[in-house]
Ligand binder design. Structure first.
Ligand code: NAP
Length: 306
């Protein structure tokens, strides 16, 4: 039996691994079949403190993993496929058929951006298609971008991009935004932001390895039109990776893990960190911070249990 099992290997999981390993808790990290989290899909990272020169997302994750390994964290390249948090020890079933047992668990399984699901979107991801303005907006200074979506995230992305890009066009599938009034008003007032209502993106157009435009389809008439653009920011929501915790941990209506006190979930001894509970900041550095908090709280909780 382990003191701590960590589920997930993005910045939250790996930071939790570093802290729990250094606290002598011998953490086991179920890093998943696709380790490293969302940063593996990013190119250059310029906002993670400590890197004067941009670092590639996958390289940053590799360094974090090496650091965790050096201080004693163990890794299994498996997904958690089931959990039983109703009994002690806590149990985690993995994709290799093993059942791992621990006194405490840190859930850091992250979230994934909801995507449009177009082959052209996958083709140009990281080459003009992005899901994070804070991460990639800088590359579109003075250029034209399209933001897809009508929620708070889309408005935040549009407002952030409007500070950098020459022109921001928001494409929304209805004629009304879902976003909060305050963000709507800000976006409507911004001289660089315009709206294309009642349209969905049918195809992302490009040549070689860069985006040149989008083909839009009117949701009512079915008519199509092309719009020139240098970048497409898909902001149609995120999906927390919490399916495996349904019925075990309390989740909010959107599926994010609910915290009860500090980083503790609805189950004593089960903590959560990163995008799996945080839909507000969603940054590598904040996820790492949450991972640190969860690790320190797990350590204190375990010490109290004796
Ligand atoms: P969201 O509220 O679910 O909005 C998603 C938007 O994308 C909606 O406008 C939706 O259209 C559109 N959409 C969904 N699937 C689509 C598809 N396949 N094609 C085209 N459009 C699609 O997601 P979110 O904006 O990421 O926000 C998630 C949660 O975080 C919300 O509770 C939000 O309030 C919160 N949040 C808050 C802040 C803040 O307060 N500063 C910032 C970010 C997020 P419809 O409107 O037609 O459904």
């Amino acid at each position: 039996m382990r003191d701590v099992i960590i589920l997930g290997s993005g910045p939250a999981g790996l930071t939790a691994a570093i802290y729990t390993a250094r606290a002598n808790l011998r953490p086991l990290v179920l890093e998943g079949s696709q380790p490293g989290g969302q940063l593996m899909l990013t190119t250059e990272v310029e906002n993670f403190p400590g890197f004067a020169e941009p670092v590639l997302g996958p390289e940053l994750m590799q360094r974090m993993r090496q650091q965790a390994q050096r201080v004693g964290a163990e890794f299994v390249a498996e997904d958690a496929t089931s959990v039983d948090f109703r009994r002690r020890p806590l149990r985690v079933g993995a994709s290799n058929g093993e059942v791992y047992e621990a006194r405490a668990v840190i859930v850091a399984t992250g979230a994934r951006p909801r995507m449009l699901g177009l082959p052209s979107e996958a083709k140009y991801l990281g080459r003009g298609v992005s899901t994070c303005a804070t991460c990639d907006g800088f590359f579109f200074r003075g250029k034209r971008v399209v933001v897809v979506g009508g929620g708070d995230t889309a408005m935040e992305e549009a407002l952030y991009l409007a500070n950098l890009a020459e022109q921001v066009q928001v494409v929304h599938r209805r004629d009304q935004l879902r976003a909060s009034r305050i963000l709507q008003d800000r976006a409507f007032r911004h001289p660089k932001i315009s709206f294309v209502w009642n349209h969905v993106v049918d195809e992302i157009l490009g040549e070689d390895s860069r985006v040149t435009g989008v083909r839009l389809r009117h949701t009512q008439t079915g008519e199509t039109q092309e719009l020139s653009t240098d970048g497409v920011f898909v902001a149609i929501g995120h999906i927390p990776n919490t399916d495996v915790f349904r019925g075990q941990l309390e989740l909010d209506p959107a599926g994010y893990v609910l915290l009860t006190r500090g980083m503790m979930t609805s189950v004593e001894g089960v903590f959560a960190a990163g995008d799996v509970h945080d839909h507000t900041y969603r940054q590598a550095v904040t996820a790492a911070g949450f991972g640190c908090q969860a690790a320190m709280e797990a350590e204190r909780w375990l010490a109290q249990q004796g």
